[in-house]
Design a protein around this ligand. Structure first.
Ligand SMILES: Cc1cc2nc3c(=O)[nH]c(=O)nc-3n(C[C@H](O)[C@H](O)[C@H](O)COP(=O)(O)O)c2cc1C
Ligand code: SF4
Length: 427
């Protein structure tokens, strides 16, 4: 271990060396143009994170095809016309010495279909999504084939843009997760039923990507350590670990461990929920909820906030109990996301073998310089885990919406801008 500690030692994802063990996890930006192109506003979000020396940045989920786009202003990697914009992002991260991975995704049934201009959402089967109220239709064999091809083309798009690798999103209840889980997959054909059949879609996606990008290109998955669907037939930790073990045999280079579907409640984003429901209804995508659910949330949100804040309170490294199980079974690197805020907790998780690296979402939105602050043992603006950011995702640009935290962050960034200006001789 170096004198700075284990977080600042390199690790390898396939052939790629990542300079440290704290990564930026995917947080959908809501900063692209309406038709999914990279904007200056999107680059502005990543610039301070990259400048702080963050070793690896995973983009917010990029849609692989128009019908897999879940929200407005989401960024796409769905065609060669997106490459130039994505290359600007890759160049920005590289100019600060970091690596960038594109997270590619199809939302399946987790979408407000009408609001997104879809005649219907698609999924493995027609199981209604309980939070959004969306009832999807099962994908046809032709649609499955087309979607596998779309994932492969999307990975190619990321590679052509100069990204260092690609992350396939197989978690959070999105389309791939919908095929994997027996709760959402009731198919009777070769894509449903047995464990192997439910895994077929992911395996086809994985193999099609490999065919395009080759075996040397770093390819990782984000997957849950549990479906977290109590009372429903979700995937167990053992099954999820087995999925990644099979992919490892196929040449997968790494895994990021998360938890849950939208329908799970809030194990994925533990914290407090008072600000969440207020933000969701006033400024987020709450207006897209079916009228009954909207009225329910408005009427009962104080109770819901109280209840959820007690069931899913914030804790640091809340997925390490799952990542440990992946570590036991895999030889490829395991990255753990979930609640990390302090250098101590991150260091402890890596040092004691619960994961090879940690990834951070909200604490890096609150403090884009978190990696450098860890390194220098400096206390920066601290995320309150109020969930104001995710409440507004899909409608307002990703940002910190706790005004005290935001003020502290802006003041640090302003000082940095002034220092950089002085160095460059700008008055
Ligand atoms: C604003 C916001 C947007 C998110 N968007 C994505 C996304 O695009 N893809 C994804 O896999 N997870 C997404 N997540 C979940 C995070 O990647 C992460 O799994 C979760 O926030 C827990 O990590 P944290 O405690 O470090 O924030 C998002 C979370 C937030 C707060
Ligand atoms: S709004 Fe800010 S303080 Fe609240 S969870 Fe998001 S990043 Fe953290």
């Amino acid at each position: 271990m170096t004198e700075n500690g284990i977080l600042f030692t390199p690790f390898k994802i396939g052939s790629l060396t990542i300079s440290g063990r704290v990564c930026k996890t995917a947080t959908s930006e809501t900063r692209a143009t309406e038709d999914g192109f990279v904007t200056d506003e999107l680059l502005d979000f990543y610039e301070p994170i990259a400048r702080a020396g963050t070793p690896m940045i995973i983009t917010g989920n990029l849609y692989v095809a128009e019908e897999g786009k879940s929200t407005f202003r989401m960024c796409g990697a769905d065609g060669p016309d997106k490459v130039t914009g994505l290359k600007r992002l890759a160049d920005l991260v590289h100019s600060h010495g970091g690596a960038v991975f594109g997270q590619i995704n199809h939302c399946g049934r987790q979408v407000f279909a009408k609001a997104m201009g879809l005649s219907s959402a698609v999924s493995a089967s027609d199981v209604r999504e309980k939070v959004m109220g969306t009832k999807p239709r099962p994908m046809t064999a032709d649609e499955i084939r087309a979607t596998v091809t779309a994932f492969a083309a999307s990975a190619q798009c990321c590679m052509d843009a100069g990204f260092d690798g690609v992350q396939i999103h197989a978690g959070h209840g999105y389309l791939i997760n919908q095929f994997l889980s027996p709760y959402t997959n009731r198919r009777k054909d070769e894509y449903g039923g047995s464990f192997r059949n439910r895994m077929r879609f992911l395996l086809e996606v994985y193999r099609a990507i490999r065919e395009r990008v080759g075996f040397h290109y770093p390819l990782i998955v984000k997957i849950g350590g549990a479906d977290a669907l109590p009372g429903r037939a979700g995937l167990t930790t053992g099954e999820l670990v087995e999925i990644t073990r099979i992919l490892q045999e196929e040449g997968l280079d790494g895994v990021e461990v998360t938890v849950g579907h939208y329908e799970s409640g809030f194990p994925m984003i533990r914290g407090t929920f008072g600000e969440f429901f207020k933000g969701l209804m006033d400024e987020g995508i709450g207006w897209q909820l079916p009228p009954g659910r909207r009225a329910g949330v408005r009427a009962f949100h104080p109770f819901l906030s109280y209840f959820f804040s007690r069931v899913w309170p914030h804790s640091e490294g809340f997925n390490t109990r799952y990542s440990l199980e992946f570590k036991k079974a895999l030889s490829i690197p395991v990255i753990c996301v979930g609640g990390f805020l302090s250098r101590n907790a991150a260091e402890h998780s890596v040092k004691y073998g619960m994961c090879d690296a940690v990834s951070v979402g909200r604490a890096m939105i609150a403090d884009p310089c978190l990696y450098r602050h860890f390194r220098e043992n400096v206390k920066g603006p601290e995320c309150s885990f109020c969930n104001g950011c995710i409440a507004r995702a899909g409608r307002l640009p990703v940002d910190c919406y706790d005004l005290d935290v935001r003020r502290a962050r802006d003041s640090i960034l302003e000082k940095e801008r002034q220092a950089a200006g002085a160095e460059a001789g700008v008055p």
